[in-house]
Write a protein that binds this ligand. Structure first.
Ligand code: RP5
Length: 177
C-alpha cells in the first residue's frame, strides 16, 4: 500500500500514516511529513478520499493496525468526513487536520471533523498548516509514551523552538509560520 511520496523519509516501517482527500491538500500536509521527518518518525503519505476512493479507504483503514501503523493523520476539506470514517474503520488514534476551503474558509472542514457524535473520536487540530505541524507533534507525544527515542526527539524539537524565540521583535520581514 505504501508509496514513495516524500524524498527524505526516515527509514523503517511507517508508524504514522498521513492520508489526505486530494492532491490539493499536499502543500499543507507536507508540513506533517516534514515535521515527522525532523523527529525521525517513519511515516507514509497517501491520497485517500472517503467519497472519491471509498474502497481504498476501507482497505487502508482496515489493514492499518496489522501493517504496524500506530497513528493515522487524516486531512480533508469541505464536508471532511475522511477522518470520521477512518476512525470508524480502525481503533488506531485518528488525528484530523481540517483543510482551508474556498467557500467557508475551512470552518466547514473543522466542524465536520470536530463534531463527531459520541462513540467514534477524531482528535481534531487547527485548520491548515498549524494543524498539520501539530498533528505530527501530537503523534510524537503519543508515540513518545512508549518510545524513548521519539520522546527525546520531541524534547530537542521543543528546546530548539524555545531557543529560536527572540526576546526583542525585529523590523525585518519574517518567514510565514
Ligand atoms: C476534499 O475536497 C479534499 O480533502 C480537499 O481538501 C477538497 C477539495 O479537493 P479538490 O477538489 O481540490 O481535489 O475531498
Amino acid at each position: 500500500m505504501a508509496k514513495k511520496t516524500t524524498k527524505r523519509r526516515p527509514p523503517g516501517k511507517p508508524v504514522v500514516g498521513i492520508i489526505m482527500g486530494s492532491q490539493s491538500d499536499w502543500p499543507v500536509m507536507r508540513h506533517t511529513a516534514e515535521t515527522l521527518e525532523a523527529l525521525g518518525i517513519a511515516h507514509e503519505a497517501l491520497i485517500i478520499s472517503a467519497h472519491r476512493t471509498p474502497k481504498r479507504l476501507d482497505t487502508y483503514a482496515s489493514e492499518a493496525q496489522g501493517r504496524g501503523l500506530k497513528i493515522i493523520v487524516a486531512a480533508a476539506g469541505g464536508a471532511a468526513h475522511l477522518a470520521g470514517v477512518t476512525a470508524a474503520l480502525t481503533q488506531l488514534p485518528v488525528l484530523g487536520v481540517p483543510m482551508h476551503s474556498a467557500s467557508l474558509g475551512g470552518l466547514d472542514s473543522l466542524l465536520s471533523m470536530v463534531q463527531m457524535p459520541a462513540g467514534v473520536p477524531v482528535g481534531t487540530l487547527a485548520i491548515g498548516r498549524a494543524g498539520a505541524v501539530n498533528a505530527a507533534l501530537f503523534a510524537a507525544a503519543i508515540l513518545g509514551l512508549s518510545d524513548k527515542k521519539v520522546a527525546a526527539a520531541l524534547t530537542r524539537w521543543r528546546e530548539r523552538q524555545t531557543a529560536n524565540a527572540p526576546l526583542v521583535p525585529s523590523d525585518e520581514p519574517q518567514p510565514a509560520r
